[in-house]
Design a protein around this ligand. Structure first.
Ligand code: FAD
Ligand code: NA7
Length: 556
């Protein structure tokens, strides 16, 4: 689409102008709104298609939904007072607890009046003439803004696999990330497809209440106990007292998980000591702790990885009573997906009302009106079918909006070989568009990364406003350079040798490329700092030419 067509279309009198439009009201959108509105004094509107704020924690209401980042680091650090006042009581947070926290933040900072819910953004086009974004909603309203911030979420666009017969099923079908309030599972014959982080949580939580549970497992998983439980008064007081030290450690670390990552090589200790270290991590709980606090090389060295695999496999054999079920539950692949933790996943398969179908050995042939038929001819009859099949991660929501940058270039086309960015927050040909958790950002506990990106973007917008600049975008070549950096680092890890959503491998046809910067949050922050210090190295700016017609139109 040409600029002139865009300009004509946008002359509509019903276009409402803002300085900035934010899409998404999860952790990213909420904090961005706070920064731009209250610190920079901009006129801002945030939109979310959900009926409430909270993003991930609005949508993922399935039984057992729990953060696997610990509660003291799964929150905003920027509200220092709230960190002192908010009563964390357990080591991890359930979905209702996180949602209530996020609603509280929104109320406390009076952000709700600038958040428009139940409004999906259908398209956003950059108007070069006026250096602004024209944004349309799916209910036919039109907005414009100098800045567009996409806080669309990286685990948000749901993935429902295209299995033959999907629409034939006469029972209830639920995706975990679109969970209805009135889902009734008590006494029902329930099937779950998917055994990732979400599958492990939902399977463990619903097994005691359903009539019969059939788990359709494609990949067996390494998972360790989560270790949830009440926090002692002393721990809670320590967290509050050590606020500065904790957040400094988090920001300087690789994973931002609130613990020191080990640098000890797995094979540098005796077999007995190794066993003790793994056992102690198993007893304490936490997936990231098990993979990264025990030893420093499990994610990069194959021998170290095998030692961790062997330990988990031995636990499965110990916990699961039926040897055939234990065998099916034991993974043989590398231990190199996002590390999982659970509240009794393997033991769930000792229940009489739970059965496991290995759909790698015995694939799903089709979904029938009554349930699922597998290749062995068995029809597993179900009242409810749960898809715990994950997400079109990272760029999924970008592909679901018609986003067009310079010269009408669509983002789908720009990212046809896989999504890319310069520093996770920007992409060439899409001026004044800033992404929160865009592609090739740090692979971490996410709130600290979100804060890092929001603060950096807010500083850049502040810089533009102060210097009366109209447009910013990365210099040609910078995006490619950043992709190469991310690729180089990812290839040093075993994660790159395993199929998972982290590399786009979970969606048929999705480019298998690099979606994360695996160099850690501390290093990422240093890079962002240096870019800013050097007058936003790698970005090009355009000075203000004329006053913006939409701004005038919208304000008068
Ligand atoms: P989101 O919370 O995903 O918010 C994005 C919002 O954008 C959504 O509300 C969506 O409705 C909205 N949106 C998208 N497209 C449009 C559109 N076209 N128009 C209008 N609105 C739109 N991370 C961790 O660090 N630790 C954890 O323990 C952890 N646990 C998780 C558990 C689950 C089950 C899931 C799914 C994710 C988990 N995550 C975890 C990742 C989690 O997504 C992030 O921690 C964080 O919540 C992301 O916040 P966000 O604001 O970037 O995106
Ligand atoms: P994941 O980790 O992508 O897991 C999805 C699961 O669904 C996984 O076990 C998949 O098997 C399975 N799957 C997907 N498609 C199919 C088909 N067609 N047939 C059978 N099984 C299938 O998503 P989650 O929601 O669990 O977790 C994503 C992140 O969100 C998580 O890391 C947390 O951060 C929150 P596969 O392994 O591909 O063989």
């Amino acid at each position: 689409m040409t600029t002139s067509v865009l300009a004509k279309r946008s002359l509509r009198s019903d276009t409402i102008h803002y300085d900035a439009i934010i899409i998404g009201a999860g952790f990213g959108g909420i904090y961005m709104l706070k920064k731009l509105r209250d610190e920079l004094g901009l006129k801002v509107r945030a939109f979310d298609k959900a009926a409430g704020v909270g993003g991930t924690w609005y949508w993922n209401r399935y039984p057992g939904a729990l953060s696997d980042s610990e509660s003291f680091v799964y929150c905003f650090s920027w509200d220092r007072e709230l960190c002192q006042e908010w009563n964390i009581t357990t080591r991890y947070l359930t979905q209702p607890q996180i949602l209530s926290y996020m609603n509280h933040v929104v109320d406390r900072h009076d952000l709700g009046k600038d958040i428009q819910l139940e409004t999906a953004i259908s398209s956003a086009e950059f108007d070069e003439e006026n250096s602004c974004w024209l944004v349309n909603t799916d209910d036919g309203h039109h907005y414009s803004a100098k800045y567009l911030v996409t806080a669309l979420g990286l685990l948000s666009a749901t993935n429902i696999p295209n299995i033959k017969g999907l629409d034939q099923f006469q029972g209830q079908k639920y995706h975990t990330a679109n969970w209805p309030e009135d889902a009734a599972l008590e006494g029902k014959r329930v099937g779950v497809i998917g055994t990732g982080s979400t599958g492990c949580q939902v399977i463990t939580a619903i097994a005691p209440v359903v009539g019969h549970l059939t788990v359709f497992q494609r990949s067996a998983q390494y998972t360790v106990p989560v270790g949830n439980g009440p926090l002692s008064r002393e721990t809670i007081d320590d967290v509050k007292r050590n606020y500065d030290a904790i957040w400094k450690q988090v920001r300087d670390s690789r994973l931002a998980m609130g613990f020191e990552e080990s640098v000890v090589p797995t094979m540098s200790v005796s077999a007995e000591e190794r066993q003790n270290i793994f056992q102690s991590a198993w007893d304490i709980g936490g997936g990231f702790r098990f993979m990264f606090e025990t030893f420093g090389d499990i994610a990069v060295d194959e021998q170290a990885n095998i030692a961790a695999q062997d330990f988990v496999r031995s636990k499965i054999a110990e916990i699961v009573k039926d040897p055939e079920t234990a065998r099916k539950l034991q993974p043989s692949e590398l231990y190199a997906k996002r590390p999982l933790c659970d509240s009794g996943y393997y033991a769930t398969f000792n229940r009489e009302n739970v059965s496991l179908v290995d759909v790698k050995a015995n694939p799903i042939d089709e979904i029938t009106s009554k349930g699922i038929r597998t290749a062995d001819g068995v029809e597993h009859e179900l009242d409810v079918l749960i898809f715990a099949t994950g997400f079109d991660a990272v760029d999924g929501n970008y592909k679901r909006i018609d986003i067009r940058g310079r010269n009408g270039q669509s983002i789908k086309d720009h990212w046809k070989d896989g999504p890319s960015s310069y520093l996770a927050v920007s992409t060439t040909k899409f001026p004044n568009m800033f992404m929160i958790l865009g592609p090739n950002g740090p692979f971490t506990n996410l709130p600290p990364t979100i804060e890092t990106e929001v603060e950096w973007v807010s500083d850049l917008i502040g810089f533009m406003e102060e210097n009366e600049l109209a447009c910013v975008e990365p210099v040609d070549g910078k995006e490619q350079e950043w992709s190469e950096t991310c690729c180089e680092i990812a290839n040093q890890t075993l994660f790159a040798k395993t199929d998972s959503w982290i590399f786009g491998a979970n969606i048929p046809g999705k480019p298998n490329s690099v979606y994360f910067y695996m160099g850690g949050l501390g290093a990422f922050r240093e890079i962002l700092d240096s870019v800013k210090r050097e007058d936003y190295r790698g970005f090009k700016f355009k000075p203000v030419k004329t006053s913006n017609q939409y701004a005038q139109q919208g304000r008068h």
